[in-house]
Write a protein that binds this ligand. Sequence first.
Ligand SMILES: *Cc1c(COP(=O)(O)O)cnc(C)c1O
Length: 406
Amino acid sequence: MIPFSPPRIDQKIIDEVVDTLKSGWITTGPKTKKFERLLAEYCGNKRTICLNSATAGLEIMLIWFGVKEGDEVILPSYTYSATANVIMHCGAKQVFVDVKSDFNIDPEKVRAAITPNTKVIMPVDFGGWPCDYVALNKLVREPEVKRMFKAASTEQENLGRILILADAAHSLGAMQNGKKSGSLTDCSVFSFHAVKNLTTAEGGAVALNFEHLDNDKLYDQLCVKTLHGQNKDALAKTQKGNWKYDIVEAGYKMNMTDILAAIGLVELERYDNETLVKRKEICLAYNKAFESKPWAILPELKNEKQETSYHLYPLRIAGIEEATRDKIMQQIFEKEVSVNVHFIPVPMMSFYRSLGYSIDNYPVCYRNYAQEISLPVFFDLTSEQIDEITNSVIQSVEEELYIRTQ
Ligand SMILES: *Cc1c(COP(=O)(O)O)cnc(C)c1O
C-alpha cells in the first residue's frame, strides 16, 4: 500500500533527537530559540514564536487580540475544523464565506461579510497556495471598513482595524510577489504536525509581522501567555540564583520543546534544497500525467505572482458528484494507493450543522469538495510509485466515468 504522507524520519533526524535527549535539556531551550530565529530569517518576517501546535498559535492570537463573545471572525468554509474551533473557544461567532475555484477565500465575499462586529479575518492558504493577501491587506485598510471597526481592547485600539490572522498551516515556503508566506500579512501561523511539509511531530509557529508595534516586545508577551503567565521560562530559572518567578496572568501551556525543535532544525535546513524540490517534482509529474485528460482539473501551482509550497496535490474530476468521487476513491484504495479528501468543509460537520450552518450556503466550496481527491505527496515517494499512483487514478476515474455513461 502506498501511504498518503508519512514523515521523513532518517538517521539525521534520529541523531539530532538523541543529541537533544543526551544534552539534558528537553523542554523549551536553546534549540527552540534557534529554530524560531531561523524560521523568521527564512520567512522574512519580524519575529517568530514556536508553540506546540498551529491550533495553539491561532487561539493565542485571537486571545491576545481580545476576541470574545459578540465578536465575529471571518474564515473560509473550506478548511480544517481547527480554524473554526478556536473561534468557538473565544466565545466568538464563525462567519464562514465561500471560496473560489482555487480553494481559497474569496476577498469579495469577505467584504460582503464584514459587519461592525468583525474583529479578525482568518484566510487559509489551501494546499500551500497563498490567498490574495494584496486584496485582503488593502480591504482591512479601506477607510469605510476601518470606520466600521469597533475597538474593544487595547490591542484592537492600537491596530485600529480588522486583524488578518493567516492560517498558513500548509504554506511554509510559498511565495507571493517575491515574499514568503509568514511575511505576507499581520501574522501567519504554521503547522509542524506529522503530515505537514515540515514536521516536528507536533508543533506550530506564529510568524509575527506587525507594522504598528514592536514585534520583539510582543514575542516576550506571547512567551509569558503561552507558559502559564509565568514571567521567567525554565531556562532563565536555571541561571544561578535566578529561581524566583511570578505569575502575571492566568496563562496557557503551549510551548514547544527542544526535542521537537531538534527535528525542526534538521527539516528547515533541508527544506528548500530537498523537501520543496522533491514535492514540486511529484506535483509536476502528476500534472504531466493528467494534463491531457479532459476530466482532470489540475491544481494551480505557480503563476506570474505566486508559487505554492506543494503541500497538497488536490486533483479534481470535472462534473462528478460526491458519490462518484467516493466510488473512484474506493477503486484507488483497492489498487493499493492511499488518497484523501481535503477537506470535508466545516459546515458539513455534525457539530457545525447543529449550530445551524449549512453547506448549501457555500456552493463553490461544496463543488470543490465533491470533486476533489488529494494524491500522495511525500519525500520518500519513488518515481515507480508515482507511476503506480497516476495509473491507478486514471484507471479508476475512467472505469467509473465509462460505467456511468453506459
Ligand atoms: C493541520 C492544520 C491545522 C492544525 O494544525 P496543528 O498543528 O495540528 O494544530 C490548522 N489548519 C489547517 C488548514 C491545517 O491543515
